[in-house]
Design a binder for this molecule. Structure first.
Ligand code: NAP
Length: 332
């Protein structure tokens, strides 16, 4: 299968190439796309060298699938051009997520919604993906009514420039890469993406809106505070979730152990709980610190950690392509 990776030289794009290779996705020809300044640069995939090509050359080659991670405005502009030549686009940016004509897919939850007419599929925001993977089966069993979530997000979520800022600050070098309006090392920024008129950030509102769309339930109330911390390896989330039905903690453990994509990491007596350093490079969503909220009924506290570049982006996108292949919606 001819596969284009748009944003191939970026953090998500690099992870995408790793995941495609690891999962033996049937790539016969790779078309790595990046900005004009990278055209001609060589990248390696499955032991072979490939030259970065321009957007126009990639479209002219009519790949079966194009996986985008080059930012929202590029997706908005270029995804329809690929779709026009028959390419299925799986898009990692926020450009199409809330478009009512586009599916927002986490394969374990709603891949069955994809139809042959869907040519642009949206991959959700990283912080939303890991939360809904952890909550989906509990929602089916007990029905989620309200979620209060606070995030502790890795700098890898902002791309290469942000990782460089952290590393330059940490090593005492001159900071030439400024991704945030403040220092990030030895600091915490309660600010991810831009502020909206209601005082929330766009990242917070993504969690609110995307959760409802993916779980297919507009009645779920979500309130979020999203925070950037000087960490690489993954995003962590403190999730407080109120259900309609009463639950037993032992049933919650059982359901989570049986949930596809989830790994329960919870043995506090031995100081075992999910941490970004353990999620790094893995596809599983790690869940731990399970406990009842003692201040109100039917409410659970949990700690959810995942590698934002893997399940939060690249792995989820490749899993969408795999599902579409199984469903006969992708032709070689
Ligand atoms: N990081 C995450 O956790 C995460 C998770 C989910 C989704 N995303 C989304 O994925 C996208 C990329 O994120 P990232 O972290 O990988 O950023 P990044 O490391 O900054 O990489 C950006 C990529 O986009 C390419 N690019 C920039 N301008 C372009 C243009 N005009 N035409 C074609 N390609 C262009 C860059 O190519 P050059 O090397 O040539 O500049 C590079 O390959 C964003 O939309 C982000 O919101 C990121």
């Amino acid at each position: 299968m001819k596969v284009a990776v748009v944003g191939a030289t970026g953090l998500v794009g690099g992870e995408m190439l790793k995941v495609l290779a690891e999962r033996n996705f049937p790539v016969t020809e790779l078309l790595p796309v990046a900005s004009e300044r990278s055209v001609g640069q060589e990248i390696e995939f499955q032991g072979q060298k490939y030259k970065v090509v321009s957007m126009d050359d990639a479209i002219a080659a009519r790949p079966a699938v194009a996986i985008f991670s080059a930012g929202g405005s590029i997706s908005k502009e270029q995804a329809p051009r690929f779709a026009e030549v028959g390419t299925v686009v799986i898009d990692n940016s926020s450009a199409w997520r809330m478009d009512p004509t586009k599916k927002l897919v986490v394969p374990e939850i709603n891949a069955k919604e994809i139809t042959p007419d869907d040519k642009i599929i949206a991959n959700p925001n990283c912080s939303t993906i890991q939360m809904v993977v952890a909550l989906n089966k509990l929602h089916e069993t007990y029905k989620v009514q309200r979620i209060v979530v606070s995030t502790y997000q890795s700098v890898t979520g902002t791309g290469k420039k942000a990782v460089d800022q952290l590393m330059q600050e940490r090593s005492g070098q001159e900071v030439t890469s400024q991704a945030y309006p403040h220092p990030i090392d030895l600091n915490v920024l309660p600010h991810i993406d831009v502020f909206e008129d209601n005082g929330y950030t766009k990242e917070e509102m993504k969690m609110v809106k995307e959760t409802k769309k993916i779980l297919g339930d507009d009645s779920i109330r979500v309130t979020a505070t999203t925070v950037r911390i000087p960490v690489v390896g993954g995003h962590s989330e403190a999730v407080n979730v109120e259900f309609e039905q009463e639950f037993e903690l032992e049933d919650v453990y059982r359901i989570l152990r049986e949930t596809e994509g989830v790994e329960v990491v919870d043995d506090v007596k031995n100081n075992v709980y999910p941490m970004p350093k353990d999620a790094h490079g893995r596809d599983a969503v790690l869940v731990g610190r399970l406990r009842r909220d003692e201040t109100q009924p039917r409410t659970l506290n949990m700690w959810v950690v995942a590698d934002n570049l893997r399940k939060g982006a690249a792995t989820n996108a490749v899993q969408i392509a795999e599902k579409m292949l199984q469903m006969g919606l992708l032709q070689a």
